[in-house]
Design a protein around this ligand. Structure first.
Ligand SMILES: *Cc1c(COP(=O)(O)O)cnc(C)c1O
Length: 335
């Protein structure tokens, strides 16, 4: 593991070469409808077509491929109910490395099945993420390597390869809009873009419900926020009170961090479906949502990131059918 708490452009370039065979170069498509609405040329980075349905495979593959011989033999472990677990399972399987994903007993069966289908061992422990974390602690004490979802230099460098791709696909890029939760994605993308083209504006988007990075930036240090159900479930969770990298990198590299409401995310999902003819998850729609709601005013050639596809299709159907889905009140159980 890289113990120097910095991610340099050289690390991101090395990651690019390291993960080349494990990830797709996803398309960057012109959006005529958003370009007309926003008065700037808008392109959509179709990272929802990435292996395992999200960008998380970039960081996971980089972290797994950087493990030494002994660490590979012992295997990797994570706490995750979502895209990080899938990505780590896939990255580990590709390298013949054992992978254990710890989840609480509250996690729906389909999420457990998704991780198992990728060859990982799902370990169901306790009734909370904290109890699942205790199991991770036991496994790491026994020699396995924990790969966290965002606050790790190899993970950030892997996500940064997305920034390098944007520069190749759109050298004239002036604005990049990316979703933010723990900040691994935006930190990597901003590190890549600003190193190569310092004038690029990087704008982060979180959901209003439980915007941990926004609250932490406002407080000047990582803080806890209340977690609430949201359409952008992949953006849930905190930044970690003991955050080492992504809080600082986001603070120093990201130009703006805006918030979108649940109704705006729903409008984003509908736009992506009806106008772009794509299916994305809630987190994958927040960049588009911020543009549609006028929370981001794009200047010059702009890339908005659609970062994930893993949504419950029944929920997606309800949203694009125009139903007012408020997960705080609906009887819909997140699955
Ligand atoms: C993990 C994830 C995010 C947030 O990434 P961070 O690095 O935690 O900011 C956004 N969208 C999707 C689809 C994700 O899986």
């Amino acid at each position: 593991m890289n113990t120097d708490p910095k991610v340099a452009i050289a690390d991101i370039e090395a990651a690019r070469a390291r993960i080349a065979g494990a990830v797709r170069r996803t398309p960057l498509e012109v959006s005529p409808s958003l370009s007309a609405r926003c008065g700037a040329p808008i392109r959509l980075k179709c990272e929802h077509h990435q292996v395992t349905g999200s960008f998380k495979i970039r960081g996971a593959a980089n972290a797994v491929r950087r493990l030494g011989r002994e660490a590979r033999a012992a295997g990797v472990v994570a706490v995750s109910t979502g895209n990080h677990g899938r990505a780590l399972a896939q990255a580990a399987r590709a390298e013949g490395v054992r992978c254990v994903v710890c989840m609480s007993s509250l996690v729906p069966r389909n999420k457990i099945a998704a991780v198992e289908a990728l060859g990982a061992e799902a370990r169901i422990v306790g009734a909370s993420q904290d109890e699942a974390q205790l199991e991770v602690d036991r496994l790491t004490a026994a020699g396995m390597t924990m790969i966290p979802p965002f606050d790790h230099p190899d993970v950030i460098a892997g996500q940064g390869t997305l920034g390098l791709e944007l520069l190749e696909q759109l050298p004239e890029i002036e604005t990049a809009i990316t979703p933010v939760s723990g900040g691994g994605l935006v930190s990597g993308v901003a590190a890549a873009l600003k190193a190569r083209k310092p004038g690029v504006r990087v704008i982060g988007v979180s959901m209003r419900r439980g915007a941990a990075m926004r609250a932490s930036l406002d407080a000047g240090a990582p803080v806890l926020v209340e977690e609430r159900p949201t359409l952008a479930d992949s953006l849930g969770g905190g930044v970690g009170l003991d955050n080492r990298l992504t809080f600082r990198m986001t603070r120093d590299l990201v130009d703006e961090l805006v918030l979108v409401s649940e109704a705006e995310i729903a409008a984003g999902l509908r736009h992506v479906y009806f106008e772009e003819r794509q299916v994305v998850e809630g987190a994958g729609a927040v960049a588009v949502a911020a543009l549609l709601a006028g929370r981001v005013v794009p200047a010059g050639p702009t890339a908005a990131l659609m970062c994930g596809a893993n949504i419950d299709m029944r929920l997606h159907h309800r949203v694009i059918s125009g139903e007012d889905v408020d997960l705080d009140h609906a009887d819909y159980a997140a699955s």
